[in-house]
Design a protein around this ligand. Structure first.
Ligand code: AMP
Ligand code: MG
Length: 352
C-alpha cells in the first residue's frame, strides 16, 4: 500500500486522541482534509477560506462543483467575518438552536471562496453540537467547510466506519467520535428573503422555526428535481442517499402497505431473487423476507432517523436484489425529514 495515501484514524476515548486532535487541526491549517463527527452525520472538513483545500473535498467525494458546502463555526462571532447583512431573525435562530442541527443561508462576504459557495453569493453557516467537532474548529482556528463525509450520492455516513468505507485513502484523517446522535443532516433555512424558507428538512422542524421567528415557508420537494426545474438549493438537483441495490418505498395505510409488500416479496422470490426489508418493528411481525433491518417503532421516527443511513448501507452489503422500505412510519416531527430522505433514496415510490 502506498503510505502517502493512508488515512489516519483517531478514536475519541483512546489515549492518543488528544494528539490526534492536534494533528487533525494541523492538517486543516496546512490545507488538508479531516472527517469529523457531528450530531447530524459525519462531515468532511477543510479550511473554508482556502480554495485549494476545499477543492480536495469535492475531489474526494466526487461532488458536483455547483453544490455548495456548509461552513461550520464554533462561535457566533465568526458569522460576521463570513456573512453580511445578518438579519435579526437569523440571530434569533442562532441563539435558539446553535449549537445544533440548523444551517442558515446568508449573504456571503468576499473572503469566502467561490469553490465553497458553489459560485453563489450566499453561504450556509452552522455551529455543530458535538464536542469533537467544536474542538477541531477551535484548534484549526478557521471555519471548516464540511459536507457529509460520503461518496457523493450514496447514503450519508453516521459512523467512522462508513467514512472509511467510502473515503479511505482519499482523505488525510478521520476523528472517530462514535455513532451520530441524530443521524440525519441539518435543516437548511434560507434567510436572504423576508420570510425564512426551509430548503432541506431536518431535526429542527418548520414548527420549531415558526415558534421562534413567526413565519416560515417550505421551499423543498421530496424528490429530485427534473431537468429544467430551477433549484433554490443546488443540492436539490442531485440524486441522494442511494444504495446500489434498487429501493422501493411503499406508502399508504398500514394494511395495504403490508399486502403490497408481501406481494412484491413473493414476485421477487418467484423469479429467484432475494429481498431485504427496511421496516418498522410492527411491520417486521407481519411481513418476512431474506434480510430485515429495523426502522424502530412506527410512532418514534427519531429511531428511524438514527438508523436510516446505517440500514440502507447495511442492506446494500447483503446479497439481495431489492430493498423494500416501509412507508407506514409516522410522518410527524423528524418523520418529515426521514421521508424526505427515503423518497429521494427510492428508485420507485408506490402509493397504495
Ligand atoms: P451536505 O453538506 O452534503 O449535507 O449538503 C449541504 C446542503 O446544503 C446541500 O443540499 C446544499 O445545496 C445546501 N447548501 C449549502 N450552501 C448553500 C447555499 N449557499 N445556498 C443554498 N443551499 C446551500
Ligand atoms: Mg450530503
Amino acid at each position: 500500500m502506498n503510505m502517502k495515501n493512508r488515512t489516519l484514524v483517531f478514536k475519541s476515548g483512546d489515549e492518543d486522541f488528544e494528539a490526534g486532535l492536534l494533528k487533525a487541526a494541523d492538517i486543516i491549517r496546512t490545507g488538508g482534509t479531516v472527517a469529523f463527527p457531528t450530531e447530524t452525520v459525519y462531515g468532511l472538513g477543510a479550511d473554508a477560506l482556502n480554495a485549494d483545500a476545499v477543492h480536495k473535498i469535492f475531489k474526494a467525494k466526487g461532488r458536483p462543483a455547483d453544490n455548495p458546502l456548509i461552513v461550520h463555526i464554533a462561535n457566533i462571532d465568526q458569522c460576521s467575518k463570513l456573512a453580511e447583512e445578518i438579519p435579526a431573525d437569523a440571530i434569533k435562530l442562532m441563539e435558539t438552536f446553535w449549537p445544533g442541527p440548523l444551517t442558515l443561508i446568508l449573504k456571503a462576504k468576499d473572503v469566502v471562496p467561490d469553490v465553497t459557495t458553489g459560485g453563489l453569493n450566499t453561504v450556509g453557516l452552522r455551529m455543530p453540537d458535538n464536542p469533537v467537532a467544536l474542538e477541531l474548529i477551535r484548534r484549526s482556528d478557521t471555519p471548516l467547510a464540511a459536507p457529509s463525509a460520503n461518496t457523493s450520492g450514496s447514503p450519508s455516513p453516521t459512523t467512522a466506519e462508513h467514512v472509511i468505507h467510502d473515503l479511505d485513502g482519499k482523505i488525510d484523517a478521520i476523528l472517530d467520535g462514535g455513532p451520530a446522535d441524530i443521524g440525519l443532516e441539518s435543516t437548511v433555512v434560507d434567510m436572504t428573503d423576508k420570510v425564512p424558507t426551509i430548503l432541506r428538512p431536518g431535526h429542527v422542524s418548520a414548527e420549531d422555526i415558526r415558534k421562534c421567528v413567526g413565519d416560515v415557508r417550505i421551499g423543498y420537494r421530496d424528490r429530485t428535481l427534473e431537468e429544467g426545474e430551477v433549484a433554490r438549493s443546488p443540492g436539490m438537483k442531485y440524486t441522494h442517499y442511494s444504495p446500489k441495490t434498487k429501493v422501493i418505498l411503499i406508502e399508504g395505510n398500514i394494511k395495504d402497505v403490508h399486502k403490497a409488500m408481501t406481494e412484491i416479496v413473493s414476485d421477487c422470490h418467484r423469479e429467484g431473487g432475494r429481498v431485504g426489508l427496511f421496516v418498522t418493528e410492527e411491520t417486521a411481525k407481519v411481513v418476512n423476507a431474506d434480510e430485515i433491518c429495523s426502522l424502530g417503532k412506527r410512532n418514534i421516527p427519531s429511531q428511524a432517523a438514527r438508523s436510516i443511513f446505517m440500514g440502507l448501507r447495511h442492506l446494500d452489503d447483503k446479497e439481495i436484489d431489492l430493498i423494500i422500505v416501509d412507508g407506514t412510519l409516522k410522518k410527524e416531527g423528524i418523520g418529515t425529514a426521514v421521508f424526505n430522505r427515503l423518497r429521494k433514496a427510492a428508485d420507485r415510490i408506490i402509493n397504495v
